[in-house]
Write a protein that binds this ligand. Structure first.
Ligand code: FAD
Ligand code: GLY
Length: 379
């Protein structure tokens, strides 16, 4: 029995929520089945890009994304101070580019929608785009510049968050899978795979795409999340090649990090928990990236991988109390989990500490799905 808040999962969501709690004096024990930070969050591109990634039917999510971006600079500073690790926060903005007539038409539709919503975006000719970023292809048909979008190095972030959580007094159990959650209003508990039962004050499920696998939750409390596979390639910058902006082409994006990593992504595949890297996936990404930034042709390939985005049925996160007493959900962050880290961590920490659900969390209640048993959007 302890008075700790128990967090299941040490990705960006679990670690950051734990960090926000412990730094305010709430004790936390976090259980991670592997090494903290090495789940989906490690596989991401680290873009903080609400404007470039706005969805036509996702305005509520856009507001949450924007709010999280607004909180990012303070959050980054807090995490860096507590950990002593730099997270490579960069604010050069995103260039969304089109390389033929069809993609230029699609880009024009996106731009008009962005304008309607009052976003800070600018329509550019290919030539104007090259003045902002000289490494984009000479024959681009058009571009949209989104200067308010930012990025971090998500791997540096995860290293920093792990350090910061522990430095502020959080208890971290790595290589400790949780098998089940035991809901209870007064003393909810988790049961680890070796059969140890640990009781606490609240349980926060932040197990990403694996959040559905926990035993002990009734079907109405299980989060309807499913994996959406994303294959990635890591190139290494070699000067004179020196891309500075995040570039989003019709078929691939490139995110250059200060360390010299250039992350090229990503496929979007409904393949269950499969993480195979395929020839076709790599081919599509390399071709898509080369068409918009031809200078990548001679760069060394450092690594390839596939990550699993935790997608809910409406592609928005599940944040707040569930039908299971004492169990809070913080999962389903899909394409935006790095971006949504500050708002998730701060608002979930407030919910735990005060019992109050803030207006930011309200629209993302895990109880919003009438038939939570199915993770599929069409069920
Ligand atoms: P995770 O990082 O997966 O953390 C969950 C943790 O829980 C894992 O460490 C896991 O080991 C642990 N766990 C699971 N089950 C158990 C258990 N039973 N017991 C104990 N521990 C358990 N987002 C952005 O904002 N910007 C981007 O540019 C971006 N790019 C992406 C690119 C790709 C290719 C992918 C796949 C995703 C991308 N995302 C991006 C999305 C982002 O990565 C996710 O939304 C985010 O990482 C989810 O964080 P999480 O903490 O919920 O999950
Ligand atoms: N947000 C980038 C991705 O999901 O690939």
């Amino acid at each position: 029995m302890s008075n700790d808040v128990l967090i299941v999962g040490g990705g960006t969501v679990g670690l950051a929520t734990g960090f926000e709690l412990v730094r305010k004096g709430t004790p936390v024990t976090l259980f991670e089945k592997g090494k903290a930070g090495h789940g989906t969050s490690w596989q991401a591109a680290g873009m903080l890009a609400p404007d470039a990634e706005i969805g036509f039917e996702e305005l509520e999510l856009y507001e949450l994304n924007r709010e999280s971006l607004r909180r990012w600079p303070d959050f980054a500073e807090r995490v860096e101070t507590a950990s002593g690790v730099n997270v490579d926060y960069r604010d050069e903005g995103t260039l969304i580019v089109a390389d033929d007539r069809d993609s230029a038409e699609a880009l024009r539709r996106l731009y008009e929608f962005q304008e309607e919503q009052g976003l800070n975006v600018e329509w550019l000719t290919g030539e104007e785009a090259r003045k902002i970023e000289p490494f984009v292809a000479p024959r681009l048909s058009a571009a949209v510049y989104a200067p308010s979008d930012h990025q971090v190095d998500n791997r540096q972030l995860l290293t920093a968050l792990r350090e910061a959580f522990v430095a502020e007094g959080g208890t971290l159990h790595e290589e400790t899978p949780v098998a089940a959650v035991a809901p209870d209003e007064a003393t909810p508990a988790v049961v680890t795979e070796d059969g140890t039962r640990v009781e606490g004050k609240e349980v926060v499920v932040a197990a990403g795409v694996w959040s559905r696998d926990l035993d002990g939750l009734t079907p109405d409390a299980q989060p309807p999340v499913r994996p959406v596979k994303g294959q990635m390639i890591q190139l290494r910058r070699e000067r004179p090649f020196d891309l500075q902006h995040v570039i989003r082409g019709p078929d691939a994006y490139l995110a250059p990090k200060s360390s010299g990593r250039i992350v090229v992504g990503a496929t979007s595949e409904e393949m269950g928990f499969d993480t195979t890297v395929t020839a076709g996936g790599l081919y599509d990404l390399l071709e898509g990236a080369w068409e918009v930034v031809p200078g990548i042709y001679d760069l060394p390939v450092d690594d390839t991988w596939a990550g699993l985005r935790p997608a809910s049925r409406d592609h928005a996160p599940l944040l707040g109390r569930t039908a299971a007493p004492g169990v809070i959900m913080a999962t389903g962050h899909y394409r935006h989990g790095i971006l949504l880290t500050p708002v998730t961590a701060e608002e979930v920490a407030t919910l735990v500490r005060t019992g109050e659900t803030s207006d930011w969390l309200g629209p993302f209640a895990p109880t919003r799905f009438p038939n939570a048993q199915s993770p599929s959007p069409t069920a």
